[in-house]
Design a protein around this ligand. Sequence first.
Ligand code: NAP
Length: 333
Amino acid sequence: VQRVVVFGASGYSGLELVRRLAGHPRLRVAHASSNREAGRAVSELVVEADGSLSFEPHDAVLDAVVDGDIVCLATPADTSADLAPKLLDRGARVVDLSGAFRIPDPEVFAEWYGFEHPCPERIAEAAYGLPELLPVPPSARLVANPGCYATASILAIAPLLSAGLVRDGAPIVVDGKSGTTGAGKKGSEALIFSEVGENLRPYRLTRHQHTPEIERALEMVSGRPVTVGFTAHLVPMRRGILVSAYAPAAGDVTDARLEEAYREAYRGSSNVRFSTTPPETGRVQWTNHTEVHARIDPRIDTILAFAAIDNLVKGAAGQAIQNVEALLGAERA
Ligand SMILES: NC(=O)c1ccc[n+]([C@@H]2O[C@H](COP(=O)([O-])OP(=O)(O)OC[C@H]3O[C@@H](n4cnc5c(N)ncnc54)[C@H](OP(=O)(O)O)[C@@H]3O)[C@@H](O)[C@H]2O)c1
């Protein structure tokens, strides 16, 4: 059984990681870090967790990491950028749930994340891991787990580009909507119930940090430059992301061709499914599944493409576990 160490275990993605790792046949949580919850039994927050597991301070967990461990970082990007090199130097392999290692160009990183990368020389070591489209090799030592909006956007759009159904060079407009757990556990006035309940608002217009990540991943999948305009919205629900993408069609695109493109792209994947009706967040909540769907709107010659995920599962912890399993690939029976 492989030891897994979780940093940021008290946060929404960290708790989901601990929950999904409990009972995993080949993975066991050896340490769960939190300063805020240090000393408390993890099972007080995650009923499925091993009763002997307690939250430990971040520094103590860093000291406890040994060669051969797999470490999941469910921490803010600046913390991940600081921790990852120390963990790699100890011989651990790292799956980072933050954005710290998703953007290989340090200038682009600084522009979208708002701070200089503390170890730009380590970014090149990272493999971007979206299992259904861009799987990591078992030899990877540092894996950048995709962002939540990015996961849904890439899974919705990639099959269209691979099948040549989008007009060459035309920007793709992406409208993303997320529940409030997407903003993490730390409080702020904008996130209290009185501000979020019965309300709907776009945020971080023209500068959401998943924009360059979506473009880069789609370029890696399709081999062509891609321009995406992305707008995020905060929805008064706890979990879930729905992405609606609008892509100018190349030539005569039919609904049948669209369905064929998705079925082809996700053949062999049990996690991503083309649904015959438009995706709904309620159907994928608490699961690692993605529902994708697309239709042509012939009046405006535009493809409407959709994906629904649970932001904490396929958008974070569930996908991170897929990446951990990919690292164990060679050792699998
Ligand atoms: N929420 C999502 O839907 C989602 C989806 C995909 C990716 N992500 C990414 O996953 C990461 C965690 O997000 P989250 O939403 O789960 O955050 P969160 O609920 O705010 O939790 C943050 C966690 O990070 C820990 N932390 C904070 N500062 C730290 C430090 N200096 N050293 C070590 N640990 C520290 C906190 O520990 P304490 O208990 O000590 O405060 C807490 O456990 C972020 O990078 C986020 O962008 C989130």
